[in-house]
Design a protein around this ligand. Structure first.
Ligand code: SAM
Length: 176
């Protein structure tokens, strides 16, 4: 969950939050803030090309969303430099059920600190929601994101020491 998106100022950072979430194992990003159709379109294009499943949506009522998440038994980890140390937090997060990872923008309302099952500090220095999310997802998946399969991809990169090798897996209808 990405808080406080403003299309004029945050487009690039929120896009990066979505790209990192998708690459490192999240199935969706729920965005609180101003609706931004172009952001949604650009992430959809990435998922259509490189595979999924992955979705993004804009929340009309983020507080209601968090309350519903909790009432359905989902866990919530809020990333903030003020929280519990990452290595201690990871031990405390259960592996059952869905996990909502909350990253903030400029100022995070107290509600999210209180609603979270755990406030997690990825180091106790200010840096970025993108870096915090990447490190958190790496630790919570125990690095398993590296073996993750992306379904229905059109393109797949074949890791090579030099140069670029890209396999075409599916053709667009108009190419056939
Ligand atoms: N004062 C903020 C805080 O509470 O972490 C830093 C604001 S930063 C511009 C925006 C977001 O980046 C925060 O809401 C948080 O999700 C994430 N962030 C920045 N530094 C972090 C850190 N050391 N640990 C965890 N999250 C961090």
């Amino acid at each position: 969950m990405r808080l406080g998106h403003r299309p004029t100022r945050d487009k690039r950072i929120t896009t990066h939050v979505c790209l990192v979430a998708r690459s490192f194992g999240a199935s969706a990003v729920h965005i609180a803030g101003v609706r931004d159709d172009s952001l949604q379109a650009s992430i959809k294009k990435v998922s259509d090309t490189w595979g999924g499943p992955f979705s993004i949506d804009f929340l009309p009522n983020p507080i209601r969303f968090v309350k519903d998440w909790k009432s359905k038994g989902g866990q919530i980890a809020h990333l903030t430099m003020y929280g519990t140390r990452l290595k201690d937090a990871i031990q405390r997060i259960g592996s059952d059920g869905d996990l909502l990872v909350v990253v903030g923008g400029e100022k995070v309302p107290p509600f999210y600190y209180i609603a979270a099952d755990i406030n997690v500090a990825v180091g106790s220095q200010p840096h970025s929601e993108v870096a915090a999310l990447a490190l958190f997802l790496d630790r919570i998946t125990c690095g398993e994101w590296e073996n993750m399969a992306f379904t229905d991809a059109k393109l797949r990169i074949v890791p090579t020491e030099r140069g670029k090798t890209v396999e075409q897996l599916r053709f667009k209808k108009k190419d056939i």
